[in-house]
Design a protein around this ligand. Sequence first.
Ligand SMILES: Cc1cc2nc3c(=O)[nH]c(=O)nc-3n(C[C@H](O)[C@H](O)[C@H](O)COP(=O)(O)OP(=O)(O)OC[C@H]3O[C@@H](n4cnc5c(N)ncnc54)[C@H](O)[C@@H]3O)c2cc1C
Length: 467
Amino acid sequence: MASADASNRQWRFARECLQELDRALGRLAGRPRGLILRTGDAVRVLEQIHQTHGIAALWAHQEVGNDWTFQRDRAVRCWARERGVPFHEIPQDGVIRGLQSREGWRDHWDAEMRRPLVPEPPELQVAPLPSDPLPESVGDDACPLAQRGGRSRGLALLRSFLSHRVRSYARGLSSPLTAPSACSRLSPYLTYGALSLREVVQATRRAIEQASSDPKFAGRLRSLQAFEARLSWRSHFVQRLESLPSIEFEPMHPALANDRTQVDPALFEAWAQGRTGYPFVDACMRMLHATGWLNFRMRAMLTAFACYHLWQPWRAVGLHLARLFVDYEPGIHWSQIQMQAGCTGISAFRIYNVVKQSHDQDPTGAFIRRWVPELARVPAAWIHEPYRMPPELQRQYGCVIGVDYPAPIVAHELTARAARQKLFEAYRTPEAKAISEQLLQRHSSRSRREPRHAPARAQQLGLFDPS
Ligand SMILES: Cc1cc2nc3c(=O)[nH]c(=O)nc-3n(C[C@H](O)[C@H](O)[C@H](O)COP(=O)(O)OP(=O)(O)OC[C@H]3O[C@@H](n4cnc5c(N)ncnc54)[C@H](O)[C@@H]3O)c2cc1C
């Protein structure tokens, strides 16, 4: 695999999208298949096609991917220039290449989202060239319950979400029990371009109009607005990576750059495999292994637990999660990892109390029992902190701590307190605050009409969010 953040589960999803695209293009061309696929180094493949057939022009979407895709595109641009082949890259999702200031960015995004959709052509001509087969797999990452790819599945999810599932969105998105059906689940379809952000935004705006004008649908207005906001955050974070590609490798704010540099193999592996001794944390990690998806709050909690309670390096944590996410999108991912790990200096430090989250989001323990079968017989009274059970109860419920299920790898309240203190020390100096202010000026999005948002300024002061 070409990149440390790539995995077979991601490839499988992309492959299913390509297969459906192949059939759809074939239908327009009056043939069984419509894609001509070549695999291998992009420049070598292009050179070979150019030598044999001559390339008149290249057209591609403008990708804000990771450093690997950036270097590939740079090599292709260089090759095209040398060969005199015009290379057209079409901007995506309101993201502006090379943008330095966010002034007016939000208005630009809105205008982009309002542009009419490009209609499907009535027919297509496909050159009669041979095609490589799509690789079956690129690794042995099973992920048995991952979402399946393809535009038709994405469209079906969009329809079911806007027509009825959205009703439970706002109240259902925080708990991993309700989130899998309450959230749209569109993320991998957006990541791989099986659905366009513009078509999803436009469909959402139509639903918002309906909910605003028809009392029958008024109850879903708040959820629809919350959903639309997230669609704009998507571009906001991709734009951040476009403007600051270093965030894939370096912390946005240097305050903690020389801290948390070493992986502790025992702590890291326990977290990565869902064996920390904290049932709710382990259940989230195991669900992610099996399904390739987790809701926002639980992604944030897993990151925060690794980077604060276990004090592990954010980049190693981010790479592990990236490979597990079927919807891995570098722009959202690296921004969020840095935010949840306390590396940006412009967002609140949210150190989750993992036991409180367990009580709040999974009161009966049903979620834990599903993903941590060692605890299947433990009753609700003990399920959130099974290490507190007296030994006779541990035996009675078939879960002896240290034998059937691990003891906690750290004392979560103590390590949270230590992390809070380190963050406070690192970000309180005048130099650190000045850097935060500069970052805020450059990377918070604002419209020409609105000044910078007040909560962002509060966050800039390093206020702790008591989650
Ligand atoms: C540490 C961390 C890493 C993340 N990595 C990714 C990633 O690699 N790919 C990814 O798509 N999302 C990522 N997210 C954001 C979010 O968790 C997922 O987008 C969401 O859970 C996907 O499920 P959904 O499509 O049902 O979301 P919905 O709640 O239905 O949201 C609809 C869409 O809005 C966008 N969106 C939602 N939340 C956010 C957000 N906070 N920031 C930016 N865009 C958002 C996504 O495109 C999503 O598909 C990450 C969050 C955290 C905390």
